[in-house]
Design a protein. Structure first.
Length: 630
């Protein structure tokens, strides 16, 4: 098995719709086989996603899932190089999907381009369901639960990855934890997706009935190609054609070698070959690709248990990763009141049951002990808050209403150590005193576990905590006194004093007034003048360009052009630095609203700005509700 610890993680999946066709292979599966050599790959069978459209009949989902797996293995996916698993066998996907659905705005889902397209194109099924609307949220859970770095997608799926990034940012913003963000933001990995037509010239799809399946035997492949549409310009055998306009020519570009392509180009354009001969060459190229796959598939068809074992092993590995992520999610979102209620319920049960010695497994008791020791609702940043370790200990004790003369040393020590770990990250030098106190606490805890000294005088209680309690009480007295002095000093600094007047003069029937002499007033005005003289003068040039104006400019520009616009060309006439900033903010706002797409096809290539299909709808909606866009 390849060590994937230093590799970036890729995640992708396919719906369990049964046997795969050449379009699935060229559009995704062929890329996956290459990626497993470079990345830590997780590939899953999305049987829950299949329910978003096929919820009325689930009888073939398991069978279809196995067919998908067999085609994966036949295409070259290796269980030693990637993780293959089935979505529904890992319930954590559903749990994270539920949590994400609580924070995802409805408008985000309604603006997903494929949602509208599929509702318009699929007329034979009722897609007015929450499951269909919310499937991008489930997709986000699938990606983020494995903390994927990249998601291989075609250009039409980039919006889904961007939605996943938005959900990750929203979750991380709501639930900040001591270890930082739970979810990294995945990047879309734009993979090459050659144009692969079906036998009728349209996009290859099962719904069109124009597919060539990976499992089709050679005679079936040749028969399907014989009926495939060609360049409409070749009505007669003697008419020249153009391979660039012919669906069979598209197959040659993907599957045929250079020598065959040269013969096709020359023969078709000169009418030197007929379409039947050209289709025969295309069938030869396809058979060379499909035959090895079908031989590999037969091994698993003869023994399906081998394939199922691979799926179960991959599901176990994926479940481990998903479980670790969900532990982080639950910790970030933990509701303290729920845990306290659990403890109270347990206490009530103990009182009712009485002192019965019920045997408890060691793992359960140790978990309960750890929960008791670490369960406290205070997460204070140490940096600049506590003056020393005694200050921290005193705060922990007082906030939890603990009797200082009977400190639960194990619980307090566990809580204290959590804080010390945090301060070590901030400043090791500052942490030295706190670390020393941690050692003292651990020492006291150890002494309390030892039996009483048999040589100690009778009636003398030797509590290891007594010295610590005395130090804490003394520290509390000094701290209270210091706070009183500090408050007194603050009051004196805030009041104008009059050395010649020792008390307030209260006139009968009036409120007390503060008396101040001329000297105090002169000093006060002198200080005001000094501050005014030393105040820096800031020259602020009025900027007439706003973000709203730049958004309107982008709206007009993209509406006029009707095609992608180079960012360099768009920024060429920006008059000032402030206007440039406003332009970038406008671009970011429109990307966030999924009104436009900014893309770069290759490193150092041109950056292009293009409209999304719902560009006009977003602009109209936002202009109506935002004053700064008008």
């Amino acid at each position: 098995m390849i060590d994937s610890s230093n590799r970036k993680r890729v995640l992708s999946g396919m719906r369990s719709t049964g046997k795969l066709h050449l379009g699935n292979y060229v559009g995704a599966l062929e890329n996956w086989v290459r990626m497993q050599e470079q990345y830590d790959c997780f590939f899953f069978i999305a049987d829950w996603h299949a329910l978003t459209t096929d919820y009325a009949d689930t009888s073939r989902i398991k069978e279809n899932s196995v067919e998908v797996l067999l085609d994966w293995l036949a295409a070259g996916l290796d269980p030693e190089k990637c993780v293959m698993f089935i979505q529904s066998h890992i319930p954590a996907h559903a749990e994270l999907h539920l949590l994400f659905s609580m924070i995802t705005p409805l408008g985000w889902l309604e603006r997903v381009p494929t949602y509208k397209e599929q509702r318009d194109n699929i007329k034979d099924k009722d897609l007015a369901t929450y499951g269909f609307l919310g499937y991008p949220v489930l997709q986000s859970a699938d990606i983020l639960i494995y903390k994927a770095d990249f998601v291989p997608v075609g250009e039409d799926q980039v919006a889904h990855v961007e939605l996943t990034r938005e959900i990750a940012r929203r979750f991380n913003g709501f639930y900040k934890g001591k270890f930082g963000d739970v979810f990294p933001e995945p990047q879309a990995l734009l993979t090459p997706t050659p144009k692969l037509p079906g036998t009728d010239g349209r996009k290859m799809s099962k719904s069109y009935g124009n597919t060539i399946m990976l499992t089709d035997p050679e005679p079936v492949v040749r028969q399907k190609l014989k009926t495939m549409v060609t360049d409409p310009a070749r009505v007669r055998r003697t008419d020249p054609g153009n391979p660039d306009l012919c669906p069979v020519g598209d197959l040659h570009k993907i599957f045929s070698d250079q020598s065959t392509m040269a013969k096709v180009n020359e023969g078709c354009r000169s009418a030197g070959i007929g379409c039947i001969e050209c289709k025969g060459w295309a069938a030869d190229a396809l058979v060379k690709v499909l035959n090895p796959m079908q031989e590999r598939r037969k091994k698993y068809e003869d023994n399906p248990r081998l394939a199922w074992d691979i799926l179960e092993a991959g599901t176990a590995r994926a479940a481990t990763v998903a479980g670790a992520t969900m532990n982080e999610v639950r910790e970030q979102r933990a509701v303290e009141g729920h845990r306290e209620m659990t403890d109270v319920s347990q206490l009530a049960t103990d009182k009712i049951a009485g002192p019965v010695n019920t045997p408890v497994s060691e793992s359960t008791s140790s978990k309960a002990r750890r929960r008791e020791e670490n369960d406290f609702p205070f997460a204070v940043d140490l940096d600049g808050v506590y003056e020393g370790p005694l200050d921290l200990l005193l705060d922990l004790i007082r906030k939890q209403d603990i009797n200082i003369y009977d400190i639960p040393i194990a619980k307090i020590t566990a809580q204290y150590l959590v804080y010390v770990e945090r301060i070590k990250e901030l400043d090791v030098n500052v942490a030295s005193e706190f670390i020393y106190m941690a050692a003292v606490l651990i020492h006291i805890k150890s002494k309390m576990l030892l039996p009483r000294d048999p040589l100690a005088p009778a009636g003398v209680e030797d509590d290891p905590r007594s010295e610590l309690v005395n130090r804490l009480l003394e520290h509390e007295k000094f701290k209270s006194a210091a706070q009183m002095l500090h408050q007194k000093q603050q009051i004196e600094d805030a009041v104008l004093s009059n050395p010649s007047l020792k008390e307030f003069m209260d006139a009968e029937g009036t409120e007390p007034e503060l008396a101040a002499d001329v000297i105090d007033l002169v000093k006060t005005f002198q200080q005001i003048l000094d501050r005014a003289r030393n105040r820096p003068i800031l020259e602020v040039n009025e900027e007439t360009v706003t973000v709203g104006q730049m958004i309107q400019y982008l709206h007009r520009r993209l509406s006029i052009e009707g095609r992608p616009v180079r960012l360099k060309q768009m920024l060429r006439n920006v008059p000032s630095r402030q206007a440039l900033v406003c332009m970038f903010l406008a671009l970011l706002e429109l990307v966030r609203l999924q009104a436009i797409q900014v893309r770069q096809d290759h490193v150092f290539g041109e950056v292009l700005v293009r409209k999304h299909s719902h560009f006009d709808e977003v602009m109209t909606e936002q202009t109506a509700i935002r004053d700064d866009w008008r």
